[in-house]
Structures are given as C-alpha cells and as structure tokens.
Design a protein around this ligand. Structure first.
Ligand code: ADP
Length: 210
C-alpha cells in the first residue's frame, strides 16, 4: 500500500504514520525527519537546509524530490510506504506521479487553533523521534522518552513565529494538493482534531482495514 499523509503541521501525521507503519508493516518516510537528521549530522544537505527548516519555509522542490526518489528506491519501500510530509507542493506531487502510483491520500483536517495549541507544547525524543505534548500527551518522566529513555527537546521550528509561518506556507503551497488528489479520486478525508486513537480508527476505516 502506497500512502500519502497530508495535512497542516501539528495535524498528527507523524504520530499516526508511526502507528500505521507498524500496523501495516510498511516504512514511514518523513521528509521532515530526513532533513532534521541531516541537520543534526551537519552533513552537506544539513548545512543547505538548516536555515530554511528553522524558519519554517520549504526546502526547494528539486532537492526534496531527488531525496525522496532515492529513498523510495531502497528495498524496504518496495512493498509500500507512508509518505509523511511529502508532497507539499503541486510540482512535488507532479514529480511523484511521474514515477510512482499512489493508492490513497489521507487528508488530516484540523483547525488552526488546535494546531497552534499542539505545536506550542510539542516535544520530540532526540534518539527515537517519538512525539509528546507537555499537556495533552506528557511523557511519564519530564524530559525523558517513555519508549527509549532518550532526551526530549523542542524543535527549533516550533517557536510561535515559525509555527505561524508554517501555517501560512501550508495554506499557500500545500492546501491546493487536497483538490489535486480529490480530482484523482484517491483522497480520504478524516477529522484529526481528537485523540490519536480516534484518528487511527478513522484511518483504518478510510483504508478499508477495520
Ligand atoms: P511539520 O509538518 O510539523 O511542519 P515536518 O517534520 O513535516 O513538520 O517538516 C519540517 C520542515 O522540513 C518543514 O517546515 C520544511 O522546512 C521541511 N520539509 C519537510 N518536508 C518538505 C517537503 N516535502 N518539501 C519542502 N520542505 C519540506
């Protein structure tokens, strides 16, 4: 199954992609994670994208598409995958269409207000990438990952300034993809404003796996 998880920042794409990936036995491919990993390692790619990602702007299409193309050529992606955070622009979607056939696009619908609340309290594990929220989904021990014991941190692009910019960028550049995939008749719309459990039930139904 080849899936795209589409939606604004903070909609829960990453959290749900992690769960669905385990459940369906297909890898979660997150462009955001790829960029953050490169920034952490201070690789050539990391140096190129650090400022862009920190501001909440989009990495140029050409660079992003070539990374995804490489990633999808890995053997673990042969049996399907979840794209989390890609495509994010019409040119990215068109480039993907040219070499892959998607089965479904899950659109995570949510209001700006809920998104801002979620992102402004989000914490991520430095080691395994698990996602928490200081109020809605706190770790058992403050600052420590329940899953692996790693250290939790706040993403630099989860500052209020960057969150506001990411939402604007989403509306301008990414939201048009909803119509793009609706026209292709592979769009599955879900309400992601509730709990991850509730969202998971909706995704299973939308994908016909309940
Ligand atoms: P979120 O969905 O919470 O904004 P992501 O982890 O998906 O976070 O992405 C973080 C950042 O990585 C984005 O703000 C952007 O700078 C960059 N990025 C991720 N995916 C893409 C993409 N498909 N195209 C361009 N830039 C991207």
């Amino acid at each position: 199954m080849k899936l795209i998880f589409l939606g604004p920042p903070g909609a829960g794409k990453g959290t749900l992609a992690g769960i669905v990936s385990k459940e369906y036995g297909i890898p979660q491919i997150s462009t955001g994670d790829i960029f953050r990993e490169a920034i952490k390692k201070e690789s050539e790619l990391g140096k190129k994208v650090k400022e862009i990602v920190g501001r909440g702007d989009l990495v140029p299409d050409e660079l992003t598409v070539s990374l995804v193309r490489e990633r999808l050529a890995q053997p673990d992606a042969a049996g399907g995958y979840i794209l989390d955070g890609f495509p994010r622009t019409i040119p990215q979607a068109e480039a993907l269409d040219a070499f892959q056939h998607m089965d479904a696009v899950v659109d995570f619908a949510i209001s700006d207000e809920v998104v801002i609340g979620r992102l402004s309290g989000r914490e991520v594990c430095k080691s395994c990438g698990a996602i928490y929220h200081v109020k809605n989904m706190p770790s058992k021990v403050k600052g420590v990952c329940d899953r692996c014991g790693g250290q939790l941190y706040t993403r630099p692009d989860d500052s209020l300034e960057s969150i506001t910019n990411r939402l604007e960028v989403y509306k301008k550049q990414t939201e048009p993809l909803i119509n793009y995939y609706r026209k292709k008749e592979i769009l599955k719309e879900i309400d992601s404003s509730k709990s991850p459990e509730d969202t998971l039930v909706q995704i299973r139904k939308a994908l016909g796996k309940n």
